[in-house]
Write a new protein. Structure first.
Length: 163
């Protein structure tokens, strides 16, 4: 098998990208399942669970973009976005709800958040993204695919160096 001279791996450099194909309503403690895989060079992303399993130890760049639609009478106070490693939140972001920050939301009461991190990971580590809105989130949703916006919520990563 050919060698990747940039990272010196036999086989392809680990990389994946997946998107959410439709809205998910109700966002209290929701693990986002990015159900449509755009690329997965090592077949390490599970589009049934939303979990990416690190195939080869190394330093990875992981990224997630979440578009959040807030429709619960502007009652959501905060939206927490987590990127977890083996079930433990490793990095998180916090967005104020529309009620907390009037005039902040974009079209359709949508809020957007990006989470990017570079860190060393070990083969077998499981990575996933979750969302948790506080307050009344029963009508809120994580925004998936729409013809007007293309893919708005995604999760991706790739190995940038060996360790």
């Amino acid at each position: 098998m050919a060698t990747n001279n940039a990272i010196n791996l036999a086989g392809p450099t680990p990389a994946f990208s997946a998107v959410l194909s439709s809205n998910h309503t109700g966002t209290n403690a929701y693990q986002v399942i990015f159900d449509t895989v755009l690329v997965d060079t090592t077949s390490s992303y599970n589009n049934g669970t939303g979990v990416y399993t690190i195939p080869t130890s190394g330093i990875y760049l992981l990224s997630s973009h979440i578009t959040y639609g807030q429709y619960s009478n502007n009652a959501t106070t905060f939206i927490f976005i987590y990127m977890s490693i083996n079930g433990i939140p490793y990095q998180f972001g916090l967005m104020p709800g529309i009620a907390s920050c009037p005039g902040y939301a974009g079209p359709n009461n949508w809020l957007a958040f990006d989470c990017n991190i570079i860190l060393p990971l070990t083969s077998g580590n499981n990575i996933f993204v979750s969302v948790n809105g506080t307050g009344n989130t029963s009508n809120d949703n994580v925004v998936g695919y729409s013809p007007a916006t293309s893919y708005t919520t995604c999760f991706s990563g790739y190995m940038i160096a060996q360790v």
